[in-house]
Design a protein. Structure first.
Length: 368
């Protein structure tokens, strides 16, 4: 079975789906690897590194499309890329099928089997395949680094001859994978960290990392499935906003991480809440591509509103391309070796991982 990767075409994308080290592992497991020339350069993986790992490097993406039995990507394919997909092949990529139904239909029309890396079930035996978590982990780290760069103050407390500099205060919305990494990073940099999450069971994890958990009565308006918040009533969000105003008023940096799969991100920081924040404080909105947790965020921009810098940079994992690519490629390796051997896919629909990630096959959409 030939597994291929091409250079990603999204303008702000530096990642690649297969790293040289993972190609080497796949080849040891009996697969063949084919890579478009230059596909890994933005992640600092040279063509020579792929060749040394045993992969074949093709001069164009078209050759990879024609040759690969399985094409691995990071981002969903655009229309031009879909037209190049070979009938009978398989595509493994982030797809976000819940909000990309038209894309799924176009891929299905090509008679391509589509596996979505964002649909990996949250079960223990699928942890090594969980690409959403591996990328969110890096994004949480980068969000704090961006906040530290954008603010005009240092994070740790410093005792100097001129007096004591108090530590920065960081407020983090959400204690999922990205939020927990943001807590750990901010604490390592010396900040005082406060955290809010509408899931009270996250309190222990937050405190184990040195964060202070902000508690409030959420009532019965929250629906949680598989560790994700699927729905939060407006009354819950209103109570949360009121409680958090006083915390926002003293925060130097705010990092928001709240996303709901298949839905627009909840607005957690309204314009009125921004108005109570300190002059020169910073908000890093990690959910900006899903609509934003801050009402004033702008996609891909850092803007100043009411004296507060609001950062809406997209695709944070791509800013850490070598690590993000290698982590994603390791997820791909675990996924592929679970689903298939070098002779082909097992197509075991009784397997929770296969059934959860296979979006379409043989011209049939399996997960609308």
């Amino acid at each position: 079975m030939k597994i291929g990767a091409i250079k990603e075409t999204r303008p702000d994308e530096n990642r690649v789906a297969l790293s040289p080290s993972v190609c080497k592992q796949l080849i040891k497991n009996g697969f063949e690897c084919i890579i478009e020339s230059g596909a890994g350069l933005n992640s600092f993986f040279s063509d020579e590194a792929y060749v040394e790992a045993g992969a074949k490097v093709f001069s164009s993406a078209d050759e990879v499309y024609r040759t690969a039995d399985v094409l691995c990507k990071v981002n969903p394919p655009n229309d031009a890329e879909i037209e190049k997909l070979k009938a009978g092949s398989a595509l493994i990529s982030f797809v976000y099928h819940l909000t990309n139904q038209a894309l799924v239909e176009k891929i299905n029309a090509r008679k391509v089997s589509l596996f979505s890396m964002d649909a990996i079930p949250r079960i223990s035996r699928a942890q090594t395949m969980d690409a959403l978590s591996s990328q969110a982990n890096l994004a949480g780290y980068k969000a704090v680094i961006i906040g530290a760069n954008e603010t005009g103050r240092i994070f740790p407390m410093l005792m100097t001859a001129a007096g004591t500099i108090t530590p920065a205060k960081v407020l983090i919305f959400g204690a999922g994978v990205a939020g927990l990494q943001a807590i750990g990073t901010a604490r390592r940099l010396g900040a005082v960290v406060e955290v809010t999450d509408i899931r009270p069971e996250t309190k222990e994890e937050v405190e184990s990392l040195g964060g202070k958990f902000i508690s409030f009565d959420m009532g019965s308006g929250v629906k949680i499935e598989g560790g994700y918040v699927k729905e939060a009533g407006e009354d819950v969000l209103t109570r949360q906003r009121e409680i958090l105003k006083k915390h926002l008023a003293t925060a130097d940096i705010v990092v928001t991480t709240a996303q709901v799969p298949g839905r627009k991100a909840p607005v957690l920081v309204t314009e009125d809440m921004v108005k109570v924040m300190k002059l020169g404080s910073v908000i890093v909105d990690m959910a900006v591509e899903q609509g934003g947790n801050c009402a004033l965020s702008e996609v891909g921009k850092a803007v100043i509103k009411h004296g507060v810098k609001i950062v809406g940079y997209t695709n944070l994992p791509s800013m850490l391309a070598p690590n993000a690519s290698d982590s994603y490629a390791k997820n791909i390796f675990a996924f592929v070796t679970h689903l298939a051997s070098n002779e082909g896919f097992k197509w075991d629909m009784n397997d929770e991982i296969t059934a959860g990630t296979l979006i379409c096959r043989d011209g049939q959409i399996l997960k609308p």
